[in-house]
Design a protein around this ligand. Structure first.
Ligand code: IPM
Ligand code: MG
Length: 394
């Protein structure tokens, strides 16, 4: 830490290109396809942090330690969120927190939810409403979930090594539409959730997926249930219109969601970019996470129009939940959180070399044998944090 930031950055850039065979797997998938620029060093990026519930605070603290090691220039602003905010304010997301998130350069979230706030009462506040409100309120329609098992963890996956070897896929999940946000009804005898998509919503997420594929292996699997659902039939048409208009260089395949669920465990390495609607993306990304051995390894970025430097800051969070069963034990795996920090550095701030350095440090720590409990080992959160930070200098 005693070193000048510039010198440190130069050394990590060099060691990173040697350590990783490929550039960022999720590529330059900035919605809007705009050229991304870097938020300048010295500009003091403001990061709003939302530790949330359960293991959230325990993995947020290491993330801040990691960020402080990378640069002394961050300014952090913490807000209560999720169940913790329900306890204090009676709502999972206050107007003040939403406003602070909109003003930030990026938002880093750990996890929300827990049995304490579980309820089936439609009128009671729930922690998840905070997350949904944040996504919708910030206009974060594109959720990127890269799934890239680290060779050191091949044997931690419930799938056979030969099936997962070479897997490097990106789930592009539509995040602000569909059944999550449609009208909900409830009477004593029935309930309903409306699934609705506009052509524009499908059009813009399709573009994100095709742009991402262009920086990768140039394949997109568009996942729907067009044999049953009207929203899926229109989804499919729109995706093909976008493809024909601008993305002839990309190989597009339509995959039914049930078949996709099967192919993900049978032949995961065949996939490059998977683009799908909100609910299918939620389910498929948890399934895909297990290819990496643990859901404790999967990061995500939620982005709005414009990408880095635009008026819409991104939201960066691990895919896993708040794991209330292990909260307070100091054994949570912080790696998905660290990889979410890497996505924040890349997509939120345009700091590509620092992002790659974090990913590389995670790889090296795992190569050297780091295993938290979810990965079949004994390492505590603090030990995992130390291992990754020590490998930053590698
Ligand atoms: C996710 C989570 C959320 C979702 C929950 C917590 C509302 O499962 O980010 O995948 O369903 O989107
Ligand atoms: Mg989920």
């Amino acid at each position: 830490m005693g070193r000048a930031p510039m010198a440190w950055r130069l050394s990590v850039t060099l060691s990173v290109s040697a350590a990783r065979g490929h550039p960022s797997a999720e590529g330059t998938a900035s919605p809007g396809g705009r050229r991304r620029h870097r938020i300048a060093f010295g500009a003091m990026p403001t990061i709003v942090t939302l530790p949330g519930d359960g293991i959230g605070p325990e993995i947020m603290a290491p993330a801040l330690e990691l960020l402080r090691t990378i640069s002394e220039e961050f300014s952090f602003e913490e807000h209560v969120f999720g169940g913790a905010a329900i306890d204090v304010h009676g709502t999972a997301l206050t107007d003040e927190t939403l406003a602070a998130c909109k003003q930030a350069d990026a938002v880093l979230l750990a996890a929300v939810g827990g049995p304490r706030w579980d309820t089936t009462d439609p009128g009671a506040p729930r922690p998840e409403q905070g997350l949904l409100g944040l996504r919708k309120g910030m206009g974060l329609f594109a959720n990127l979930r890269p799934v890239r098992p680290v060779p050191a963890l091949y044997d931690a996956s419930p799938l056979k090594r030969e099936r997962i070897e070479g897997t490097d896929l990106l789930v592009v999940r539509e995040l602000t539409g569909g059944i999550y946000f449609g009208k909900k009804t409830r009477t004593a005898r029935s309930a309903s959730d409306l699934c609705e998509y506009s052509v524009d919503e499908v059009d813009r997420i399709a573009r994100v997926a095709f742009d991402a594929a262009r920086t990768r292996r140039k394949k997109v699997a568009s996942v729907d249930k067009a044999n049953v659902l009207e929203t899926s039939r229109q989804w499919r048409e729109v995706v093909h219109i976008v493809h024909r208009a601008k993305y002839n260089d990309i190989e597009l395949t339509d995959v039914l969601v049930d078949n996709c669920a099967m192919q993900l465990v049978a032949r995961p390495s065949e996939f490059d970019v998977i683009v799908t609607e909100n609910l299918f993306g939620d389910i498929l990304s948890d399934e895909a996470a297990m290819i990496t051995g643990s859901i404790g390894m999967l990061p995500s970025a939620s982005l709005g129009e414009g990408g880095v430097g635009s008026n819409t800051p991104g939201l960066f969070e691990p895919v896993h939940g708040s794991a209330p069963d292990i909260a307070g034990t100091g054994t949570a795996n912080p790696l998905a959180m660290f990889l979410s920090v890497a996505m924040m550095l890349r997509h939120g701030l345009g700091w590509e070399s620092e992002a790659a350095a974090v990913e590389s440090a995670v790889d090296r720590a795992l190569d050297a044998g780091l295993r938290t409990r979810d990965l079949g080992g004994e390492a505590t959160t603090a030990e995992a944090t130390r291992a990754v930070i020590d490998n930053l200098d590698g």
